[in-house]
Write a protein that binds this ligand. Structure first.
Ligand SMILES: Cc1ncc(COP(=O)(O)O)c(C=O)c1O
Length: 272
């Protein structure tokens, strides 16, 4: 891994950093193709939105771009992770008034998910670990990811992803992906007002679907809605789109809407 900490090569941050102490910060994970971090503006918009929500100083996007370019130069395929925390501070939940944000930018190798996941689809399961409901932290990509860590630990070996619900039985998203289902030619994705991450790829999919005159809806989705859906797929910035072919005893075809969307986001994802 190749990392810049506040612009300097290194791997260390202070033990007093509130990102370490409390998960008081945000992150973004971007795909890199041919030296370019993909969907940069969308990632920076979510990062800025998250910083405003948490009351962390607005990140200097121009500086982050320079650092990203420095790390991505000459990289054919890779993963760029940006973390912004509230910075080092004294003990206790109240931050020092003068706390100054920490930023790290890291480049990692491209994950080698089987190409078949995107081409033919994946098997997924429902997770027992639940996602909490909290409007204050919903939508943004904050650093508190214990729910995902616990859910990932319960994933069966044959499953590429797990679906997570909240306590009211609404399915919110995958462990590391957003969820879409197609029912009677309408593209539905969970409403994320109370939980979940508003994925950059989710946003792009919704836009491209609308451009193709596919009706979209953000709504409550329960397990049964998924089991009765015509098509199901998952998205994130690295995988692009994975069709779901099997969920518990239910098998899905590789549907027409899924294929059209997969094609429509082709310019924004890293080719297999
Ligand atoms: C919990 C969670 N939800 C959704 C996503 C998808 O987000 P994006 O499309 O911005 O990659 C991710 C990505 O890592 C995630 O960790």
């Amino acid at each position: 891994m190749n990392t810049l900490v506040n612009g300097m090569p290194g791997e260390s941050i202070s033990v007093r950093d509130r990102g370490f102490q409390y998960g008081d910060g945000l992150f973004e994970t971007l795909a890199v193709a041919n030296s370019v971090p993909l969907l940069w503006d969308r990632h920076m918009q979510r990062l800025s939105r998250g910083a405003a929500r948490l009351g962390i100083g607005a990140p200097d996007i121009h500086l982050l771009r320079q650092e990203a370019e420095q790390l991505c130069r000459g990289v054919a395929r890779g993963v760029l992770k940006i973390i912004v925390t509230r910075g080092p501070s004294g003990r206790g939940y109240a931050p020092d008034p003068g706390a100054s944000p920490t930023r790290t930018v890291s480049l990692s190798p491209w994950p080698d998910h089987p190409a078949a996941h995107r081409a033919h689809g994946v098997t997924v399961q429902f997770c027992r670990t639940m996602i909490a409901r909290n409007r204050a932290t919903a939508g943004i990509k904050h650093l508190n990811r214990l729910e995902q860590v616990l859910a990932r630990a319960e994933l069966d070996a044959n499953c590429a992803e797990g679906l997570m619900s909240d306590e009211s039985g609404q399915v919110i998203e995958g462990i590391m992906t957003n969820l879409f289902i197609v029912s009677r030619d309408v593209l539905l994705t969970p409403d994320l007002t109370h939980s979940g991450v508003e994925g950059v790829m989710r946003g792009l999919v919704l836009e491209r679907a609308t451009e193709m005159a596919i009706e979209t809806r953000m709504t409550g989705i329960k397990k049964n809605d998924i089991l009765q859906a015509d098509e199901v797929f998952l998205t994130n910035s690295l995988i692009g789109l994975w069709p779901v072919r099997q969920l518990e005893s239910k098998a899905y075809p590789l549907g027409r809407v899924t294929q059209r969307i997969r094609e429509a986001i082709g310019d924004a994802i890293v080719a297999d």
